[in-house]
Design a protein around this ligand. Structure first.
Ligand code: CA
Length: 223
């Protein structure tokens, strides 16, 4: 399980990350909306712990954006008691749960576990484009309904591109995304991985391909 923690209070974020780690969850820390959006676009998370007062805006903006995109990742909102009343409406419009600050770490972990157990979450989550689909939990790719063998790196890259299909993904965003899956990323990893994924997709009869926009990035689109 990989948890995204969006919290600008560094001490608190690190405490929460530690609490997650004790439960065996990997945690990524983002101190603002901008980095949180990049993290969500680049890697698969199983849940988000979201502070509302962030330096570049309100956490509810992030939540609203996710829901508008049809992203149903479980979100646990952290909020101060005195801010709760004003937030109720926003919370109703997309948060899965909320926790009042200050909170006990045991409480946070219990709520998080409850969110992750909800049906439809953290279980089979299938992304697709054209005749290509990826089960992001089982890490299985199928093309035109038939299972296809992709390496781990190819699967990770495919996930990153599928999550942003129809949009250009900058090389740096892919690099960051791959880094979240695997630490061993060298300077030409993205090029090599794209080359291999492109070949793999073509061989397997995919009707989508990875387009290169020179100097800009990559785009998964119709072949
Ligand atoms: Ca804050």
């Amino acid at each position: 399980m990989r948890i995204l923690i969006v919290e600008d209070n560094r001490r608190l974020a690190q405490l929460v990350a530690k609490g997650c780690a004790r439960e065996g969850f990997a945690a990524d820390l983002c101190p603002d909306l901008e980095s949180a959006r990049a993290a969500i676009a680049a890697a698969r998370h199983d849940a988000v712990i979201l502070d509302l007062g962030l330096p570049d805006g309100d956490g509810l903006q992030l939540l609203a954006g996710l829901r508008a995109e049809g992203n149903d990742i479980p979100v646990l909102v952290l909020t101060a008691r005195d801010a709760l009343q004003a937030r109720v409406q926003g919370l109703n419009s997309g948060a899965d749960d909320y926790l009042l600050k200050p909170f006990a770490m045991e409480e946070l972990v219990a709520r998080l576990r409850a969110l992750l157990r909800r049906p439809g979450q953290a279980l089979g989550r299938v992304l697709s484009a054209g005749n290509v689909s990826l089960d992001t939990v089982a890490r299985e790719v199928s093309i035109a309904g038939a299972p296809a063998v992709f390496s781990k790196r190819e699967t990770d890259l495919l996930e990153i591109l599928l999550r942003r299909q129809g949009r250009v993904v900058a090389k740096e965003a892919i690099e960051q995304g791959l880094h979240a899956f695997d630490d061993e990323i060298s300077s030409n990893t993205v090029e090599v991985s794209v080359h291999r994924l492109r070949k793999r997709l073509a061989e397997a009869g995919a009707n989508v391909e990875v387009h290169t926009l020179r100097g800009i990035g990559y785009l998964l689109g119709a072949a």
